[in-house]
Ligand binder design. Structure first.
Ligand SMILES: *Cc1c(COP(=O)(O)O)cnc(C)c1O
Length: 484
């Protein structure tokens, strides 16, 4: 057994700030006044907010202690499949915090925001290069918002061509947000099954593709962490009937610098800057989900568009076929700065990042294949999927093993997703973990599998070390207690 990285350590109980409040305690010193005092208007002195009265050290310790109850990519490995929880270099935070960027106002005149606009223009170009797409918009606020934008573009394209269509094909290996985005646009999702090896067959697509189908939404690499190898043939089938191919590119971390989706038949793609391009995420945001499109779809992109002329950068509002605005302003700018800084500092190294992400996932797959049941025995991309089949005889489930991992100091992987694998355990190590950390993670899983055989109760009650023990997840979802 390895020494667990996790420990109960010095994790303090922490009351609410109001409970720590003492009348008259204060966190700041105001210089004595050197002007005559003047009585306050009586209406201003009554009531007032019920704020806690605390010293600076009370407040500093309160928030520092609370932060220690938490777990993030800055504290340890966070192998959450389909989320690309990789370490985000701090230099990108520094760039995004520059006052010129943080104080820029989205309604400031073009002459005063040329630098910010240049950054956005260049980022559009870079993302276009990475995805192989002809035009990019930075407006969408998250991945699913990018999907909705892409679906609206597809909808506008068919409308412009004179005949709207009613259906979208969605395979069972697509991300759950895909059918939701299609439905929001009024399309009916036609679900199709992936083949035995976990990827989509051209036959399955050909069987349902018709002239009332607007297109297909394919997550590639798919939610099993597998590359859809038949993508070009599938795109040909869809295009032949006048449909369009939407590529969910949230998993771009596996293929940067290796595959340009625009060159293999994808017409629209979204990226998750808050997964692949250096914005820390989790807890609901903020995010950024730019989309790229092939040239025939560019006129439908959200307005305004940035254009570059001899005189500099300007916002172009005159876009007659646009689907309109998808966000009040121009996108989540701070995230765009991080992505730009990341792309520019990495340069050609983006390809190596993807290669290492894939190598790390395949290494874990190879090292754990005798411990956990492998869902699909073929090379994976950036994530590998196992199940709890081997542990079922001991009445140990995926959930039990995931909870136990916390006692070993690791954030659990994604569990019970994708739905096509029963009891799925989906591990995405990303490129930013060292071999030593990955080896510790592998060893932890091996130790846990041994415990499953010998002391299953240890897993069934896990986690035992963290501040918060096993939660009643049904009650947490049905009767959330959100205040104290
Ligand atoms: C995360 C993810 C999404 C959704 O992105 P959000 O920013 O959470 O809306 C869509 N597709 C895939 C494959 C993803 O991994």
């Amino acid at each position: 057994m390895t020494t667990p990285t996790a420990t109960t350590g010095l994790i303090f109980n922490e009351p609410l700030l109001w409970e720590k409040s003492r009348d008259g305690r204060c966190g700041l010193s105001i210089p004595t006044s050197d002007v005559p005092s003047s009585p306050l208007d009586a209406t201003l002195t009554t009531g007032g907010p019920n704020l806690p009265q605390l010293s600076e050290v009370d407040v500093t310790r309160h928030y520092t202690r609370l932060s220690q109850w938490n777990f993030g990519v800055d504290s340890g490995m966070y192998p959450l499949g389909s989320c690309t929880m990789k370490y985000n270099p701090k230099t990108n935070e520094v760039q995004a915090a520059r006052p010129g960027f943080t104080t820029a106002h989205p309604m400031a005149a073009e002459q005063l925001t040329q630098g910010a606009m240049e950054l956005m223009y260049n980022l559009e170009q870079d993302l276009g290069e990475i995805t192989g797409m002809d035009a990019v918009t930075l407006q969408p606020a998250a991945g699913a918002h990018g999907e909705l934008t892409g679906m609206l573009v597809i909808h506008a394209f068919h409308a412009k061509n004179g005949k709207q269509r009613s259906k979208i094909i969605i395979p069972d290996t697509a991300h759950g947000t895909n059918p939701a985005s299609a439905s929001l646009c009024g399309y009916e999702s036609i679900n199709i099954k992936s083949g035995e090896n976990g990827i989509l067959t051209p036959e399955a697509v050909a069987a349902v593709m018709d002239e009332d189908t607007a297109g297909i939404m394919i997550t590639n690499p798919n939610t099993l962490g597998l590359f859809e190898e038949n993508i070009q043939e599938i795109a040909d089938i869809v295009h032949a009937k006048g449909g369009l191919v939407y590529g969910d590119g949230a998993n771009m971390n596996a293929i940067m610098g290796i595959v340009q989706p625009g060159k293999i038949g994808i017409d629209v793609i979204h990226l998750n800057l808050h997964k692949t391009f250096s914005t820390p995420h989790g807890g609901g945001g903020p995010g950024s989900g730019p989309i790229g499109v092939v040239s025939k779809l560019a006129p439908f992109l959200p307005s305004p568009r940035i254009s570059k002329t001899d005189k500099g950068y300007s916002w172009q509002f005159d876009c007659p076929d646009t689907i309109g605005r998808m966000l009040t302003f121009h996108g989540h700018f701070g995230i765009l700065v991080r992505a730009y800084a990341y792309i520019r500092t990495m340069g050609k190294g983006l390809k190596l990042a993807s290669q290492l992400a894939v190598l790390n996932a395949n290494y874990i797959k190879a090292e754990l294949r005798d411990t956990l049941a492998l869902a699909y025995d073929r090379p994976c991309m950036h994530e590998c999927v196992f199940s709890d089949k081997n542990q079922q005889p001991y009445h140990v489930t995926t959930l039990d093993m995931a909870k136990r991992l916390m006692d070993y100091g690791f954030h659990p992987p994604t569990v019970y997703f994708p739905l096509v694998v029963q009891g799925a355990i989906m591990i995405e190590p990303t490129e930013t973990e060292s071999k030593e950390t990955i080896d510790e993670f592998i060893q932890a899983f091996k130790d846990i599998a041994k415990e499953a055989e010998e002391t299953p109760e240890l897993l069934q009650t896990a986690p035992n070390l963290p501040k918060v023990k096993r939660m009643d997840e049904v009650a947490a979802a049905r009767k959330p207690c959100l205040c104290g």
